[in-house]
Write a protein that binds this ligand. Structure first.
Ligand SMILES: Nc1ncnc2c1ncn2[C@@H]1O[C@H](COP(=O)(O)OP(=O)(O)OP(=O)(O)O)[C@@H](O)[C@H]1O
Length: 558
């Protein structure tokens, strides 16, 4: 994959820049502060929807502007991909792929694969666990886009659970009554996230070990990865044996549930969730000991570089060719490490390198150059290989049906690449039919089959799906939730749910996205599109569309 054309509008220091790029290494060269990093940061943003320098989106928008736009035309094998991201601080970002809007911006994750190495990556070795968790989760989502949903659901449930624990600590209300529901969700998403992280650490470890051996050269210590979890089953930080089986998501959920129960009192005392993947750490080892606090500055640098080169190797082994971005790194490396990095950089389909001084960049990477200065960025060298008369990033035509189909196909491809292969397949062949002396269509049939055929011949499938919402309510939403509310009416996709108390109504409103997802999975996406939750209502004397203020007919009831 490579970026063929990059256009930025009000992104960082760039009011507007249009830049043609080409495969192979390209060096962005210019004086300090001219905006070189800003250009490659935009490419990294397309891959992770976040910056490697800041945690919020606001600094990405040029001072004084309301929004930033990043547009990139990418080439993946023989396919063209046009990605446009509107960065709207304080509001939802908007993403279009091949001119069709994505329903949720996070659906972009996994489509653009890039690995960025920058001075900030030293924090992966020396910084807080949060840096390493983010590193793991970004790579996780890039390989398996479906996990973006699990990660955000986990974060949402965690936030809500923490809010509830705080309220419980301050003894306000019967907050603990609803904690079990949040526990169930936390355990479910947490188990999935833990299992995915453990599998990732196992996959990544050999790539990092190899990269470190190359970067550090002969005589360097061996690098290893371990996972230190608040759930003992998930790991104690020591690198597991290469062929050790990773625990299942169900097993990890059960272990997390047990641990949560053990720590319940502490959690209430401290008003926060103390166990789960949000408290875990990726432990980097050098020569069998944890690197944090022991590794020298040079070793820490090499380890950070090996982590990123390990990611690059892993994505490549998955069958993807990620864009390699090297921001300001050659000047700080010694000759051996420079040569090792240059070798990987040369082999990548596209490597974008920033440097204030061209001499810092190894000779073999100095093919194409983007000169950055005085508010302009210009590619110097052979022109990019692009089809004449077509510049998709500058063309602002509305989407055609074929664009929408192509975008849907791209999203489906990315999603299916991350889906595990089916374990059981129906063997192709003629369906079994009753023949000869066996029962024919007029013979007695099992009741379920007769009902199914009646539903399909009478075209009652819509009604049965609506009926299932009410009939299978507790199986769909779970016993915990069903015990505290009931579905009342379903009108034009809006399901009215009556909660047993106002506290439960509040909880259910917060759980609405989860409940809708469960309904979608059970009865199809178009049956229930909205949820309206109301609390228990007192009897009302008001009848009809018009009424007068007052407490009702007091002459009768006092
Ligand atoms: N949101 C923003 N709005 C306007 N200017 C910004 C914004 N964010 C950063 N800048 C400016 O961008 C410049 C830094 O750009 P960048 O980090 O890309 O420089 P660089 O060319 O990589 O420099 P160096 O060689 O020192 O790393 C600074 O002058 C900074 O003030």
């Amino acid at each position: 994959m490579y970026v063929r054309h990059l256009q930025l509008v009000d992104f960082r220091s760039w009011e507007k820049v249009d830049l043609a790029l080409r495969p192979g290494p390209t060096v962005f060269v210019g004086r300090n502060g001219e905006g070189k990093t800003n250009l490659v940061e935009a490419v990294g943003y397309l891959a992770t929807m976040s910056s490697h320098r800041v945690s919020a989106d606001a600094p990405l928008v040029r001072h004084g502007a309301g929004q930033a736009v990043v547009r990139a035309a990418l080439r993946r094998e023989d396919r063209e991909l046009l990605v446009e991201v509107e960065v709207n601080p304080g509001r939802a970002n908007r993403v279009r792929v091949n001119r069709a809007a994505l329903p949720r911006p996070r659906e972009l994750l996994g489509l653009v694969k890039s690995v960025l190495f920058a001075p900030e990556d030293l924090a992966l070795v020396r910084g807080d666990p949060a840096e390493r968790r983010r590193f793991l989760d970004d790579l996780l989502v890039s390989r398996t886009p479906r996990l973006a949903g699990v990660r955000s659901d986990y974060d949402r449930v965690l936030k809500q659970r923490n809010a509830l624990l705080k309220t419980a600590r301050m003894a306000r209300g019967d907050a603990l009554a609803t904690l079990d529901v949040w526990d169930a969700h936390l355990v479910d998403y947490g188990g999935q996230l833990l299992a995915a992280r453990l599998a990732l650490v196992a996959d990544l470890a050999p790539h990092v070990a190899r990269a470190y051996a190359t970067v550090a050269g002969a005589g360097g210590a061996a690098a290893g990865l371990g996972y230190a979890s608040t759930v003992p089953l998930a790991g104690d930080g020591t690198p597991p044996a290469p062929d050790a089986p990773t625990p299942s998501a169900a097993g990890l959920s059960a272990a997390l549930r047990e641990r949560i129960a053990e720590r319940r009192r502490d959690e209430v005392d401290r008003g926060m969730t103390l166990v789960g993947p949000h408290r875990d750490d990726l432990v980097l080892h050098l020569g069998g000991v944890p690197a944090k606090g022991f590794a020298s500055h040079g070793e820490s640098w090499s380890l950070a570089l090996a982590l990123k080169l390990g990611c690059f190797g892993l994505l490549r082994a998955d069958g993807e060719e990620p864009i390699l971005v090297l921001d300001d790194v050659f000047a700080t490396l010694d000759a051996g490490r420079r040569a090792a990095l240059a070798e990987v950089a040369r082999s990548a389909e596209q490597t974008l390198i920033t440097a204030a001084v061209l001499d810092d960049v190894p000779d073999e990477l100095r093919g194409a150059r983007v000169e950055v200065g005085e508010g302009t960025a210009t590619l110097v060298g052979p022109p990019p290989r692009s089809r004449p008369g077509r510049c998709p990033v500058a063309d602002d035509r509305p989407p055609r049906p074929s664009d929408i189909a192509r975008a849907a196909l791209e999203a489906a491809r990315a999603a299916s690449a991350s889906r595990p292969a089916p374990t059981r397949r129906r063997v192709a062949g003629p369906r079994r039919r009753w023949t000869g002396p066996g029962p024919g269509e007029d013979d007695p049939q099992p009741l379920a089959r007769l009902v199914d055929s009646l539903v399909s011949t009478q075209d009652w499938s819509e009604q049965t799906r609506v009926g299932a919402v009410f009939g299978r309510w507790s199986a769909i939403v779970g016993q915990d939730i069903a015990a505290h509310c009931r579905p009342e009416t379903l009108t034009e996709g809006e399901l009215l749910v009556v909660a047993e108390s106002t506290a439960w109504a509040t909880q259910l409103r917060l759980l609405a996205p989860t409940i809708l997802a469960k309904l979608r999975a059970s009865v199809g996406g178009d049956v229930v599109t909205r949820l309206r939750v109301v609390g228990p209502t007192a009897p009302s004397w008001k009848k009809g569309p018009r009424s007068v203020r007052g407490r009702g007919p007091r002459d009768t009831y006092g």
